[in-house]
Design a protein around this ligand. Structure first.
Ligand SMILES: [Zn+2]
Ligand SMILES: [Zn+2]
Length: 470
């Protein structure tokens, strides 16, 4: 008998944690963090306590309380006995936090199956972010009860990577990962051959990106498989056909940056390599240097080593690394303690905000809102700021957005919105589903599952924590 249980991504965007059981075999499809649910109780300065290990997460139902999946050290920490893992693996669709991050809590012997590029991105994330119990995907530091044990080295996780064309076997299950286009490279959908028919899982995908042919490959393979069940994302099921594309982001941004004779600031998500390429292309065409941070360099170097991604190195002649101001404020090498910065201090292309301020028209600076205090050193008297991210969609984001606008106003920077979404629009999604034509549909990763009912396909309104027989 084949069963599906949904522990996240139900009536919410992201946080997917789907348990698939085929007789004795159990696997998870993603094990992500739910931003929405976390935000119900926690915010910037009110966070789950590291000192309480997994306890705060279980109590506040940020993760499901199921046996045989969690780290031994975390269970012992809350006074439970360690458990042997009874799940044979996690199929990770892509490297976004809402699909990957809560792997942190899982037992060290549960292998993670993901694309090679996906693993590279997770490595870049771990290299430049501060270790916390919520992002220990690559490896984790056991949290024992006794202080003397705190010095022990991190325990690595087991990763098994694949590329399109590979087939994975986990006990009796056979799985075919197929690339899809999304706002991060190394994203996959899955065709899963169970003892009771075929299950298709879309992960996150889109048709309007630069690599729609990858999503088409997935659709084609899924259609031919004649699936019994399809688990589909539905982030933008309520959005009609849109006019967005990466090319439009390029055109709009280039036009604004070309006209601008003063400071140019941009912001985008560095996990999105297509967006990086868009701005890299613009900077070269306008004969400006693209200034990135040391954090960005960690990502770029991973991309550069992946020949399929065709990305320049972080020491490329058109790229510069912005040195952050630390400790003494004088940029001496002794000021830096983080490894990802220290290891790169001898790069030839490092620049400071003060140096950029002397000739701002020569640069395009990638600057995230959280680093806007750097504007004080960049001293713009006018210029343009390109916000190449989604617009705020909740109250917290609105507040940050307002604050961001205050900074822009203060430094006389003109706000420009130029973005295209990582998610398929409603029209394309309906077409995709009808094309694959599953016998039954399970919409997740959406706030509007009821909208899928109109398609004339038997549709399950999934309930959290409930188990469904396929
Ligand atoms: Zn997602
Ligand atoms: Zn995603």
């Amino acid at each position: 008998m084949v069963k599906l249980s949904f522990y996240g991504g139900v009536k919410e965007i992201g946080g997917n944690k789907i348990l698939l059981e085929d007789n004795g075999t159990k696997i998870f499809l993603d094990f992500g963090m739910s931003f929405g649910r976390r935000g119900l109780y926690f915010e910037e300065y009110l966070t789950p306590r590291t000192a309480n290990g997994i306890g705060d997460f279980l109590t506040m139902k940020l993760i499901p309380d199921i046996p045989g999946i969690y780290r031994e050290d975390l269970l012992e920490h809350i006074g439970r006995k360690p458990e042997e893992p009874n799940v044979q693996g996690v199929l990770l669709s892509h490297a976004h936090a809402d699909h990957a991050n809560y792997i942190s809590f899982l037992h060290k012997d549960i292998p993670i199956y993901c694309g090679e590029t996906c693993k590279n991105i997770l490595e870049a994330v771990s290299e430049q972010s501060q270790r916390s119990i919520e992002n220990e995907v690559m490896d984790f530091k056991p949290r024992p009860l006794y202080r003397k044990d705190y010095k022990k080295p991190p325990i690595p996780r087991i990763f098994k990577t694949f590329r399109t064309g590979d087939k994975i076997k986990i006990d009796a299950l056979e799985i075919e990962p197929i690339h899809v286009d999304h706002s991060v490279p190394g994203a996959y959908g899955f065709i899963i051959y169970t003892s009771d028919g075929i299950i298709v899982y879309t992960g996150d995908l889109r048709m309007h990106g630069l690599h729609s042919e990858m999503t088409s490959d997935f659709i084609e393979a899924a259609r031919e498989a004649k699936p019994k069940v399809m688990i589909t994302e539905g982030t933008r099921i309520d959005i009609d056909k849109t006019n967005e594309s990466e090319e439009k982001v390029y055109e709009r941004s280039k036009e604004k940056l070309m006209k601008n004779k003063k400071t140019s600031i941009i912001d985008f998500n560095f996990k999105d390599i297509d967006r990086f390429r868009t701005f890299y292309r613009i900077s070269r065409e306008l004969d400006k240097k693209l200034v990135i941070s040391f954090k960005h360099a960690c990502f770029l170097e991973k991309y550069h080593r992946d020949p399929k991604l065709k990305a320049p190195d972080s020491r490329d002649e058109n790229i510069m690394l912005l040195k952050p101001k630390r400790l003494t404020g004088t940029y001496i090498n002794e000021d830096y303690t983080e490894r990802y910065i220290k290891e790169r201090l001898d790069y030839p292309n490092i620049i400071t905000a003060e140096e950029i301020a002397k000739k701002p028209e020569d640069y395009i600076v990638v600057l995230n809102f959280w680093y806007f205090n750097t504007l004080i050193d960049l001293k713009p008297d006018s210029g343009v700021y390109i916000h190449s991210l989604s617009e705020p969609f909740n109250e917290e984001m609105e507040i940050s957005f307002e604050r961001m606008m205050n900074w822009l106003k203060f430094f006389n920077l003109k706000f420009v919105q130029a973005h295209c979404s990582g998610h398929i629009n409603g029209v394309d999604l309906k077409k995709l589903i009808l094309n694959i034509n599953p016998k039954e549909l399970y919409p997740i990763h959406t706030e509007h599952p009821e909208m899928f009912r109109k398609l004339g396909i038997k549709t399950k309104m999934v309930r959290e924590g409930k188990t469904y027989k396929v």
